[in-house]
Design a protein around this ligand. Structure first.
Ligand SMILES: C[S@@+](CC[C@H](N)C(=O)[O-])C[C@H]1O[C@@H](n2cnc3c(N)ncnc32)[C@H](O)[C@@H]1O
Length: 268
């Protein structure tokens, strides 16, 4: 990681780009627990490098309670990703809407695995100042809804596609088109992403799409088969603080709340 301070004060505190600071901050916060679920110390190092009004962000994202949401979600996706990479040492990884996530460093795959992180150009410009490119690691500044960027990625390997905290910001038409382009470009692989409950999408203006369940996505793209769909509350036992474990236990018992954050794994 680079070491000089990076000025994020110009990032507007509305709009989708801002959200990457929220998830980064929550992961950094969680990494400081005595027994973290994810323990993303790279996030903590990145936060230390960023010049931003984190007190204001803290009031907005309420890390004491929300840290578990991002940690449980990311941990499940990391576990699936590790499992895929263990089964496919000849794989390539494509992460969409990467923000300032450190998954590439957390998983640290074999030197032979090429890894591509994609986000909009203004985010990739900031990201490059925190995480340097290295052998077999490339960042691509493009909107996933645009044409062109996917053709830069070689198609000959089994691919692991991770889209965490991204698809809910796209319309259903944009998601369908993106998934079609991905399954047309790559012959085989797995797609990991998280979905929110339908009611959250109706309530929050920035959010646009959420699958009702894995079948919804299979109907959207018949090349995809849902292999797993896991509400993050399923892993509530990993929460190291009893009070929050109890809250997640309650959430798990209520279907509408259990659906509020679900991790999906698809094969194709
Ligand atoms: C909630 S953040 C998640 C970031 C990261 N995956 C994480 O978990 O910390 C959403 C990310 O999606 C990116 N994003 C939103 N729309 C995008 C698009 N059309 N193309 C590429 N990236 C997009 C944003 O710039 C932002 O980095």
């Amino acid at each position: 990681m680079n070491t000089d301070k990076v000025d994020f004060r110009a990032v507007p505190d509305s709009g989708v780009t801002w959200t990457l600071l929220g998830t980064l901050y929550l992961r950094a916060w969680e990494s400081r627990l005595p027994h973290p679920i994810l323990g993303d110390h790279y996030a903590a190092e990145a936060v230390d490098r960023i010049d931003y009004d984190f007190d204001k962000l803290k009031r907005r994202v309420r890390p004491e309670s929300n840290q578990f949401l991002v940690a449980l979600r990311a941990r499940q996706l990391d576990d699936w990703a590790r499992d895929f990479l263990a089964r496919h040492p000849d794989a390539a990884v494509l992460q969409l809407g990467c923000g300032l996530d450190s998954r590439m460093l957390r998983l640290d795959p074999e030197g032979t695995v090429p890894w591509f992180d994609v986000d909009v150009p203004e985010v990739i410009d900031l990201r490059r100042r925190i995480y340097p490119e290295r052998d077999r690691y490339r960042m691509i500044g493009a909107s996933v809804t645009e044409d062109g960027w996917l053709e830069e990625i070689p198609a000959g390997r089994p691919v692991l596609i991770v889209a965490e905290g991204l698809l809910m910001y796209l319309t259903a038409e944009e998601v369908a088109r993106l998934l079609r382009r991905l399954t047309d470009h790559f012959a085989s692989g797995e797609l990991l992403f998280d979905g929110l409950a339908h009611w959250t999408v109706r309530m929050v203006k920035l959010l646009k799409w959420s699958p009702r369940d894995g079948r919804d996505v299979e109907r959207m793209n018949p090349r995809l088969t849902c292999a797993d769909q896991v509400p993050i509350t399923a892993h509530r036992d990993r929460i190291p603080i009893r009070r929050y474990r109890a809250i997640y236990q309650l959430m798990h018992a209520v279907p509408a709340l259990r659906a509020s954050s679900v991790d999906y794994r698809f094969t194709f």
